[in-house]
Design a protein around this ligand. Structure first.
Ligand code: AMW
Length: 148
């Protein structure tokens, strides 16, 4: 079974957590190590389209995922972000929460992470810049272990 993420079909090998209403996957083009995505299973475009149970599951899953990636990638903080609509930078028309482990000095200017998020999958994106499926599956397996 594969997972739908907007126009993408996502292999189970890169998904490291599935809950009743959400799933979490590793990123093919992470802005920082451990940059992952949490999505509702139902492929709706905007945050406002989610029902209350989906919002609760999505955010509870984001809490669990944030704790795990912060620990696994030796972070000391998290950036949690959602680009909700095209003018906010959304490219995949399926609600998703970006979870990014942070550590001291990772960006010269702390808020540069938002500039990087805005442009990482838009400017100069091409398959050559994506991680290999094998690399992504290895990372997903390591993260999956925390939830078993
Ligand atoms: W958006 O600009 O819509 O807020 O973010 C889309 C995110 O999804 C980006 O971080 C991008 O790297 C990631 N992404 C897009 N397609 C895939 C895919 N097939 N597998 C993993 N990550 C993906």
């Amino acid at each position: 079974m594969s997972f739908r993420f907007g126009q993408h079909l996502i292999k189970p090998s890169v998904v490291f957590l599935k809950t009743e209403l959400s799933f979490a996957l590793v990123n093919r083009k992470p802005v920082v190590p451990g940059h992952v995505l949490v999505c509702p299973l139902r492929p709706v475009e905007r945050f406002r389209d989610l029902n209350p149970d989906e919002v609760a599951d999505l955010f509870q899953t984001t809490q669990r995922v944030g704790s795990v990636v912060e620990k696994h990638f030796q972070g000391t903080s998290l950036t949690v972000a959602m680009q909700d609509g095209p003018e906010a930078g959304q490219t995949v028309k399926h609600v998703h929460v970006h979870v990014l482990p942070r550590k001291a000095g990772d960006f010269h200017r702390n808020d540069s992470i938002y500039d990087e998020l805005q442009k990482h999958d838009k400017e100069e994106d091409s398959p050559a810049l994506w991680r290999s499926e094998e690399d992504m599956a290895t990372e997903a397996a390591a993260l999956r272990a925390y939830f078993q």
